[in-house]
Write a protein that binds this ligand. Structure first.
Ligand code: ATP
Length: 401
């Protein structure tokens, strides 16, 4: 059980608090095109402001690779954030992030003020967790708060290095939520616990499959990765996506499930077409066939209607559901039905429903089911590593309760 100190466990009055956020927002010609990551950071920032902290914010943006690239400056974030917060956010424009501007801005802060530092990846040491930049960051603050889950699977200066140099390092509300749902709910789930995996390749999720199989009661496998499992069971899957090098692995997982007394549910029917749609949303003719009836020249691109019903049924009695990866090529409306059916089933169940980041989160939001889920992770890579059962350096670095 991960039991980390949070912003609720500390007194920040009059203290300089460095808060690592995830302000890695999409930008188009200097304009922020999606403010979700900014609004998601507000509860922690508001709490620190309300408690009288001197709130120093930092984040990375894109991949400037250790160079001050003006197009990746956090300056537009300061402007937008001020608007969303309803108070001034002073931007410290230093090419070296912690430079004369940042030092002067922090020295001039009153309780409840907010300062934003420049893009942490302007510094070459950031992604290498180099000592000098961690020291610079630590010199600015008394307390460190990490609220950036998206980078929690990486050990960088601004989330791990600095945390090790200050006495008090805690997590913010966003991080706390991710720990509660992805860390704790998966490790100590209310049962029955159903895990649903999809997405393109088995190889991308080897450790996730193995770990979730140990934790869950039923493992549902859809999407492109299902065809390697079907082939491992001896079926002909036509020209469907198959990873021949992972056939033995799939057999191993099927045996592991049997040994553990767990159920692996695979599709029983599939939507087939002559080729992968190009462009991806091109009009396409599909046919629904049983999985053991896929013609040699056809490929499976979505789970079939019977499989969708079967998966939805399995979710109905669950108390905890974790889902990562779409059931088909959801980018094409004709091939989105399986993913929609699963999203709908999750939306209708009383279970705790957890969506593990990346494409699955995008699909659920895009299909309009976002507000029906208990938790949608904000981190793709980080959430996958949590599901693999790995320790996340950004989480480990925070003080235990
Ligand atoms: P994340 O961890 O980011 O949530 P994901 O599992 O959603 O990742 P991928 O593993 O990249 O992401 O898989 C998503 C992709 O898989 C989608 O682009 C989708 O079109 C593709 N996909 C789904 N089913 C099939 C299939 N049957 N054949 C080929 N591609 C498929």
């Amino acid at each position: 059980m991960l039991n980390k100190k949070s912003v609720d466990d500390i007194n920040v009055k009059g203290k300089r608090v460095l808060c690592r956020c995830d302000f890695n927002v999409p930008l188009k010609e200097g304009v922020i095109t999606d403010v979700n990551r900014l609004t998601a950071a507000l509860p922690t920032i508001k709490k620190l402001v309300a408690d009288g902290g001197k709130v120093i914010l930092c984040s990375h943006l894109g991949k400037p690779k250790g160079e001050p690239k003006p197009e990746l400056s956090l300056a537009p974030v300061a402007v937008k954030l001020a608007e969303l917060l309803g108070q001034e956010v002073k931007f410290a424009a230093d090419a070296e992030v912690v430079g004369p501007n940042a030092k002067a801005a922090v020295a001039a802060m009153n309780d409840g003020d907010v300062v934003l530092l420049e893009n942490t990846r302007y510094r070459i040491e950031e992604t290498k967790n180099g000592e000098a930049f961690s020291q610079d960051l630590a010199s600015l603050c008394d307390i460190f708060v990490n609220d950036a889950f998206g980078t929690a699977h990486r050990a960088h200066c601004s989330n791990v290095g600095v945390a090790q140099l200050v006495d008090t390092a805690v997590v913010g509300y966003l991080m706390q939520k991710e720990i509660d749902f992805l860390g704790n709910a998966v490790n100590t789930p209310v049962r029955p616990f159903v895990a649903i995996l999809g997405g393109a390749k088995v190889a991308d999720k080897l450790n996730v499959i193995s770990n979730l199989l140990e934790k869950c009661d039923t493992l549902i496998i859809g999407g492109g990765m299902a065809y390697t499992f079907l082939k491992a069971k001896g079926m002909e899957v036509g020209s469907s996506l198959v990873d021949n090098e992972k056939l033995d692995y799939c057999k191993e997982m099927l045996e592991k499930a049997e040994k553990l007394g767990k159920t692996i549910l695979l599709p029983v029917d599939t939507k087939i077409a002559a080729s992968f749609p190009s462009p991806i949303d091109a009009e396409i003719e599909v046919e629904n066939v049983a999985c053991d009836k896929i013609p040699a020249d056809k490929m499976g691109l979505d789970i079939g209607t019977e499989s969708a019903n079967m998966f939805a049924e399995a979710v109905k009695t669950a108390k905890t559901v974790v889902w990562n990866g779409p059931m088909g090529v959801f980018e094409n409306p004709v091939l989105a039905q399986g993913t929609i059916a699963v999203a709908k089933a999750l939306a209708e169940t009383d279970a705790t429903t957890i969506i593990g980041g990346g494409d699955s989160a995008a699909a659920v939001n895009q299909l309009g089911f976002g507000d029906k889920m208990t938790h949608i992770s904000t981190g793709g890579g980080a959430s996958l590593e949590f599901l693999e059962g790995k320790d996340l350096p950004g989480v480990v670095a925070a003080n235990d309760k």
